[in-house]
Design a protein around this ligand. Structure first.
Ligand SMILES: [Zn+2]
Ligand SMILES: [Zn+2]
Length: 330
């Protein structure tokens, strides 16, 4: 099969991946073999190919927002020919302390799709059957793909931030994840304030009905109840913290941050303000978000790339040049 493969150490911008013919994977017991229809491109993929996340294997096929058709290993929940989605968490051990406490997102021995195992930048992929989410046949694969990580983790970020109906919420950064999170917030009657660099992202935020939109140095005109930061920048986290009311929460939706700058505890954190990180997702987050997104009929705008242009797709994420979410279609 054709696959876009990352070789550890291949960090030169724009040539991270090489298009290769590799063996089609075999469906091991308990796994589904999927014919990949679309695979979303996530900032985490960029962190992998740029070495911000250490290489686990000498070679890996990235991609963890997979929409695929079941071609082998079918189960009653995922019959032959049906469509399923795959996300970043591709498996957990089910026995560590975190798994036993219903915190499988923090599992000590996780499988990460497209990082510790091969992912979806390929014609076929395998996934543990109990980590595949049934999807409706009528949904367009490229439009559903961004829901599978950007969407689910954005949703988990709102949970971690403790957002309640009708609150004022700041979104710092307006890429794939934030542009899906705003739809959920609006369905909860929240007022959304967006701080983001890049005029195209500001325009997108206005088009999505943000109450206020500002550039990266701007400050929302009101104090915020909650904020979620999406940019991989510690400076942005401090800026979000400085916009919170007492008792407010900032949830950091980033697997990698450049660095946290020093900040003034007395002014910014005292008063029971909280800084929390968001790590991965549970299957329950995925099920709850997908049910909500499909019920709200969330239609994500996407920019599509063929598999042969996987490097260009990664560049579009790096430079934030694509409209909406970036997706590889097969
Ligand atoms: Zn575990
Ligand atoms: Zn992701």
């Amino acid at each position: 099969m054709r696959a876009a493969v990352f070789h550890a150490g291949s960090y030169a911008p724009g040539t991270w991946l090489s298009l290769e013919e590799i063996n089609r994977p075999l469906a091991q017991p308990g796994h589904l073999l999927l014919k990949v229809l679309a695979c979303g491109v996530c900032r985490t993929d960029l962190h992998i190919v740029e070495g911000d996340l250490p290489a686990i294997h000498p070679r890996v096929v990235p991609g963890h927002q997979i929409v695929g058709e079941v071609v082998e290993g079918a189960t009653p929940a995922a019959p032959l020919g049906s469509r399923v989605g795959v996300s970043w968490i591709g498996g957990v051990d089910g026995e560590c302390w975190y798994c036993r406490q219903q915190m499988e997102n923090l599992c000590d021995h996780p499988v990460f799709t497209g990082y510790t195992v091969n992912g979806g930048y390929a014609e076929y992929a395998t996934v543990r059957a109990d980590f595949a989410y049934p999807l409706p046949a009528e949904a367009k694969p490229s439009r559903v793909a961004p829901l599978l990580c950007a969407g689910i983790i954005g949703f988990r970020s709102l949970r971690v931030a403790g957002v309640e109906r009708g609150e004022r919420v700041g979104l710092y950064g307006f890429g794939s994840s934030a542009s899906l999170a705003i739809r959920i917030l609006q369905s909860w009657d929240c007022e959304v304030f967006v701080v983001t660099r890049g005029e195209s992202h500001r325009q997108a935020a206005r088009a999505r009905g943000a109450a206020w939109v500002g550039d990266e140095d701007a400050r929302p005109p009101v104090v915020l109840d909650r904020a979620v930061t999406f940019a991989p920048s510690g400076k942005v986290v401090v800026s979000a913290l400085s916009a919170l009311r007492k008792g407010g929460v900032v949830a950091i939706n980033a697997i990698h941050l450049d660095q946290m700058p020093a900040f003034d505890y007395d002014k910014l954190l005292w008063g029971e303000r909280q800084l929390r990180s968001v790590a991965n997702m549970t299957r329950q987050d995925a099920r709850d978000f997908l049910a909500l997104a499909l019920a709200l009929n969330i239609e994500q705008e996407v920019t599509e790339f063929p598999l042969a242009e996987a490097n260009k797709a990664l560049e579009a994420v790096k430079h934030e040049t694509a409209d909406g979410s970036t997706v590889i279609v097969l």
